[in-house]
Design a protein around this ligand. Structure first.
Ligand code: KG4
Ligand code: ZN
Length: 338
């Protein structure tokens, strides 16, 4: 079964086609970052309008690229949440209408389940059970994954998500939007030990995170410094190291707590090289297998939605004719699949 996947939860329009035996057949992504960068962050109304403009042409382009006819598509998967309501509605309404017109099932996919399963698109995918570190712009979570839909929350951020902390710190350093990759780039030129940042919540037991203090620490450090370009780079490097070490300490703790030897890191922030390297080194020390999505599938994309939707459709799950969009949707509410 060929499954068309549609992602429109935030500022990226993603479309892909996945087949259980053939794998990923085709995928395209249109990023709105240039449009939002003028405003220093995502403007929800502009995001929705742009999805409306871009989604239908992108679906046509993906179908054309796959050389598949409309009637060869067996199901449509769309991101139903969490995300921006207007943006979600564009994908959900389009997906639901197309599925009705083509008389095929549609499945509402949880955006974070999509991220979590993105490493399944690689040649050597993880096998269940594993610990997953989900680090995106809106969420930071450690989850025990026993199968698709079988998620146990081990810990989460009590305030800012990791990506949000990157973006806010980048903004105060004057780096613009999207901040995460820009801060990471600047950190390359900085000295991680020039300033000592805290490693929040690592000195007490538990697997929860708190990143909002790091952003304030960065602001205070910036105000107290000479504010030279080198200071900025040093703050970026010290901040990135603090986030990296905090995530690594908590992941090691989660592995020890669960007794598992398999770790997945996914979501936009998992594209960060410092974090990938530190987690890989820790995993080697802990005799743990580690899995990341390829870089383009760390951030939002249609491929992960097509994959996750395909698994659920194969298990016989699908939605009724309602257009399903849930801006807030706890992942632990998901039902199991197989
Ligand atoms: O998963 P994602 O594309 O969207 C959400 O579901 O939120 O994640 C976007 C987040 C943003 O906060 C962005 O700044 C961050 O991922 N990000 C990075 C890097 N690439 C993207 N953060 C740090 N280093 C990067 N290389
Ligand atoms: Zn995302």
């Amino acid at each position: 079964m060929y499954v068309l996947g549609i992602e429109t939860s935030c500022d990226e329009t993603g479309v892909a086609i996945y087949h259980p035996e053939q794998g990923l057949v085709s995928h395209f992504l249109y990023s709105q970052t240039d449009m939002h960068s003028e405003y220093g962050g995502v403007v929800p109304e502009l995001a929705s309008r742009d999805h409306i403009r871009k989604l239908a042409p992108l679906i046509k382009q993906t179908l054309h690229d796959s050389q598949l006819a409309n009637n060869e598509i067996g199901g449509i998967a769309y991101t139903a949440g969490p995300g921006l309501m207007g943006a979600l509605l564009v994908g959900a309404a389009t997906a639901r209408s197309l599925a009705w017109a083509w008389q095929i099932p549609a499945i509402a996919v949880h955006h974070l389940e999509g991220h979590l399963l993105a490493p399944m698109l690689e040649d050597q995918p993880p096998t269940f059970p594993f610990v997953a570190l989900l680090i995106s712009g809106g969420h930071t979570m450690l989850v025990r994954v026993d199968g698709i839909g079988h998620y146990q929350l081990l810990g989460e951020s009590l305030d800012d998500a990791a990506g949000e902390a990157f973006d806010k710190t980048a903004k105060l350093l004057g780096l613009g939007y999207p901040g995460g990759p820009k801060l990471a780039e600047l950190a390359e030129h900085g000295r991680p030990t020039a300033f000592t940042f805290p490693r929040p919540m690592t000195d007490r037991p538990g697997l929860d995170f708190s990143f909002s203090g790091l952003k304030t620490f960065a602001l205070n450090t910036f105000n107290a410094s000479a504010q030279t370009e080198q200071d900025k780079a040093d703050i970026a490097a010290a901040f990135q190291t603090a986030v990296t070490e905090t995530l690594t300490i908590k992941c090691r703790r989660a592995l020890q707590q669960t007794g598992l030897h398999s770790l997945v890191a996914a979501g936009g922030v998992s594209a960060n090289h410092s974090i990938r390297n530190a987690l890989t080194e820790m995993a080697a020390r802990e005799k743990t297998d580690i899995y990341f999505p390829r870089l383009p599938f760390c951030t939002d994309n249609g491929a992960m939605i097509a994959y996750a939707g395909c698994q659920r459709l194969l298990a016989g799950q699908h939605q009724d004719l309602r257009i399903f969009a849930r801006p807030r949707w706890p992942m632990v509410e998901l039902s199991g699949c197989g």
